[in-house]
Structure formats: structure tokens, C-alpha cells
Design a protein around this ligand. Structure first.
Ligand code: BGC
Length: 460
């Protein structure tokens, strides 16, 4: 009798612990993921804003391209700096820097009286996008309970897709008033949530331990109510590398080769399989497919945003159940099939590609959203050892933004030169290579602690 009441007490105590851990870790992750929302919003809002700022600033076609892509240049520079900042200053301080950069960037974009000031604002906001895209998943991965890490880290990707959708909705609502400044200014809202939240969230225990600040780490672990705080500390310490891991060349040591190749490969395949060629230019693709009016094309893009968000939610639900590999493989197969049909629907230049093309664009984005979209950001935040984690994620993310920039810059010219059918088949071929890469190289990380993942690399 006594024993059973003890057992009840025990399990209740455990439930309370779990509840507190989940709440505080979830709250902190949600705050960090606001940087994902700002990433999605600021990269996508330009598609609507450009329509109205072009006459205001008398922009040429080339200048339009420069306005759209400056944020990507800022992002790739930001990503290159982010890992170093996150390892040196800590994850939370780096998130604060992200927020400040967003503030300056949005302020100048909203207030821009000349093209120069507008570009300055886009560049600074781009630094925020780049630094945030490295730091937010890293922060969340180090705060999340291991059995829910997939879901928590992917909150960031969910917020990216919500940010993109929000941008489409805001553009749609403000398009009648033609107020591009208000479109940019709307970004202050999620930024206010990020800034406010930063006052309440802690530094990650892993980073504190890597800096020898064990007591502080223990206090935070205590707040987080991990069931066995001491065991967690021991694991982190065991996985911690030798002091030379603080140097850049530690990234290129032979035992780091495999995680480095996996992270860089995933980052590149996320971009070179065509996602942004399709999302950034969705309105043009829908118009090529025969949905000629601007209203129809922008409305179809808005629906695409809804598909992206919905499928990301499904991925969030599945990734800690089915695992990362299954979703990556299934999603890539979906992308290969849809790209094949998409190319086929554009084969005859004398006819509109029609409904088949539109349907395939939706299915392609859906397939991406359950696989490469969330899982790449998740896996690059979990596969690297603590000592080099920030810099390794920074490198992978820098290459992600570089590939994004190149694909977005050249896609329309390539379509003009070789036609859309062949362009989509090239993406299909690259997706096929991506599938082989995942099959051969990418390990399953579901349910393992970050420290177990590191120890597994050491054993291979
Ligand atoms: C990618 C972005 C892409 C977005 C679309 C993200 O995971 O990194 O480049 O625009 O997904 O949802």
C-alpha cells in the first residue's frame, strides 16, 4: 500500500518535472524561433513590396534584382560570422545581436528615401537573417529535451514558413493601398516579441559548460528540470573535445570529415534541388502555366504558402516518430516525381502548361516541406560536436545561402536560355543525386541526445 502511494508520488513528481522542463524549454525555443519568422517574412515581403516601390524609385529591372537579392548577400555574410559569434559570445547574446540588426534593417527599409538607404536596410536585415538562421536552431537544439528535439528545432522552420505566408497575406492586404513602407514596418511586430522574450530566456547549458561555467549551467538545468542534471553534465563533458577544438582547423580534422560532409551536403541539396527557384518565382511560374492575371497568380502563391505551412506541421509531428531519414527519403522521392511531371507539362512551348503544372508545384513544395525544409536545419544543429558546433553550422549555413543566391540569381535566365522543361529536369537530376547522398551518408539521429550523436561519430 505504502509502496504504491510512493510510486504515485514519484510519478506525479516526474510529471511535474517534465511539465516544467517542457514549458520553459518550449517557451525559450518559441522566443528563439521568432528569428525564423523574421527570416521568412523579410525574405518574402519583397515580392509584394517591389511592385509598388519600383515606380516610386523608378527602378530598372536590374535594380529590382539587386533590391531583391541584397538580403541574400547580407545573409550569407551574416551566416559566415554567426558561428564564430555564437561560439565566442554565447548563443543568447548572438540572438540579441540578431534582433538589433533586424531593428536597424527594418527601420532603414521603412524609412528609406533613396535607393541607397533601402539597400543599406536590406543588407543589415540580411545580416540578421544570416546570423539568426545559424543561431536559432543551434540555441533550440541545445535547450530541447532529446526525445522532442526534432519537433522543437523544427519550430524554427515552421516559423520561417509562417513568416513567408504572413508576408504574402500582408502584401495582399496592402496591395490596394500600395503602401510598401507599411509592408516592411509590419516586421516590427514579431521583432517586438523576440526582443521582449530575450529578457526571459537563459543561455544554453551546453555553451556554459563549454566555457567552464558549470555552476551557472547547473542552475539553468535545474530550472529546466532535466530529470538527471548531473548525468547530463557528465555526458556533455565526455563529449567535449580537446582544447584545440577551439581553432577553425579543428573543423577539418579527419574525424570531423563525415559530419562535415553530411552537414554541407544536406545544406547544399536543400537549395540546389530548386526550392527557391519555385517559391521566389511562383507567381511567374503560375503565369507561365496559364494563370495569366496578377490576382490569380498571387492568390496561387498565397495558397502555396498555406501548403508549405501545413506540410511543415505534419513533418513536425512525424519526425520524432518516423525518424529523419524516412522523411528525407520520402520527400526527395516526391520531389523527383513532381519535378519530372513539371518538366513534362512545360515540354510543348506552344501550349500552356495548365493545371498539371500548378498541381505539381503544390506537390513539390509539400514534399520539400516534410523533408529537406525542416530536417536540414534540424540535422545540421545536432550532428556536430559541442566544441565546433557554432562554426560548423555557420559554414553549412553560409554555403546554404550562397547556393540560394546563385540559384535565385540565375534561374530566370536559365529558363530563358534552355526552357522551363529542361530547367526542372535538371533540378530532378540533382534531387536524384541528393537521394543517393541521403541513402548512403546520412545517419538517423532520432531520440539520441546530442552527446550520444557525437560519441557515435567517434566510434565510426
Ligand atoms: C529554406 C529556405 C526556403 C524555405 C521555404 C527553408 O528551409 O532554407 O531557403 O525558402 O525553407 O519554406
Amino acid at each position: 500500500m505504502k509502496r504504491s502511494s510512493l510510486a504515485v508520488d514519484d510519478s506525479r513528481e516526474n510529471m511535474i518535472r517534465k511539465f516544467k522542463f517542457t514549458n520553459y524549454a518550449l517557451f525559450s525555443s518559441l522566443v528563439a524561433s521568432m528569428s525564423g519568422l523574421l527570416f521568412g517574412y523579410n525574405t518574402a515581403v519583397i515580392s509584394g513590396a517591389l511592385l509598388f516601390m519600383t515606380p516610386d524609385f523608378d527602378l530598372t529591372l536590374f535594380q529590382e534584382g539587386v533590391v531583391a537579392s541584397t538580403i541574400l548577400i547580407g545573409a550569407l555574410i551574416g551566416a559566415a560570422m554567426a558561428g564564430f559569434l555564437a561560439d565566442q559570445l554565447g548563443r543568447k547574446k548572438t540572438l540579441s545581436i540578431t534582433a538589433i540588426l533586424y531593428f536597424i534593417g527594418i527601420f532603414f527599409m521603412t524609412d528609406a528615401g533613396t535607393l541607397g538607404i533601402l539597400l543599406f536596410g536590406r543588407l543589415i536585415a540580411g545580416f540578421g537573417v544570416g546570423i539568426g538562421s545559424v543561431t536559432a536552431p543551434l540555441y533550440i537544439a541545445e535547450m530541447a529535451p532529446s526525445e522532442k528535439r526534432g519537433r522543437y528545432v523544427s519550430l524554427n522552420q515552421l516559423m520561417i514558413t509562417i513568416g513567408v505566408l504572413l508576408a504574402f497575406i500582408v502584401c495582399f492586404l496592402y496591395s490596394e493601398k500600395q503602401e510598401w513602407r507599411e509592408m516592411f514596418a509590419f516586421g516590427f511586430l514579431p521583432l517586438a516579441l523576440l526582443l521582449l522574450g530575450l529578457f526571459f530566456i537563459p543561455e544554453t547549458p551546453s555553451w556554459l559548460i563549454s566555457q567552464g561555467k558549470k555552476e551557472k549551467a547547473e542552475t539553468i538545468l535545474h530550472y529546466l528540470r532535466i530529470a538527471h542534471p548531473n548525468q547530463h553534465l557528465v555526458e556533455v563533458e565526455k563529449a567535449e573535445d580537446t582544447p584545440e577544438s577551439k581553432n577553425w582547423h579543428a573543423l577539418f580534422k579527419p574525424e570531423m570529415r563525415k559530419p562535415l560532409i553530411v552537414g554541407i551536403g544536406l545544406s547544399l541539396f536543400q537549395q540546389i534541388t530548386g526550392i527557391n527557384a519555385i517559391t521566389y518565382f511562383s507567381s511567374q511560374i503560375f503565369q507561365m502555366a496559364g494563370f495569366k492575371s496578377v490576382e490569380m497568380a498571387t492568390f496561387a502563391s498565397l495558397l502555396l504558402g498555406v501548403v508549405n505551412v501545413s506540410m511543415t506541421i505534419i513533418a513536425l509531428w512525424l519526425m520524432d516518430k518516423l525518424g529523419r531519414r524516412v522523411l528525407l527519403i520520402a520527400g526527395l522521392v516526391g520531389m523527383i516525381i513532381t519535378l519530372g511531371f513539371l518538366g513534362f507539362s512545360f515540354m510543348d512551348p506552344t501550349r500552356d502548361a495548365g493545371i498539371l503544372a500548378a498541381l505539381m508545384v503544390f506537390c513539390y513544395v509539400g514534399s520539400f516541406a516534410v523533408s529537406l525544409g525542416p530536417i536540414v536545419w534540424l540535422m545540421i544543429s545536432e550532428i556536430y560536436p559541442l566544441g565546433i558546433r557554432g562554426r560548423a553550422i555557420g559554414l553549412a549555413t553560409f554555403l546554404n545561402w550562397s547556393a540560394n543566391y546563385i540559384v535565385s540569381l540565375f534561374f530566370l535566365s536559365v529558363v530563358q536560355a534552355i526552357g522551363p522543361a529542361i530547367a526542372f529536369w535538371i533540378f530532378m537530376l540533382i534531387s536524384l543525386i541528393g537521394l543517393r547522398f541521403v541513402w548512403k551518408m546520412v545517419p538517423e539521429t532520432k531520440g539520441k541526445t546530442l552527446e550520444e550523436i557525437q560519441l557515435a561519430w567517434k566510434k565510426t
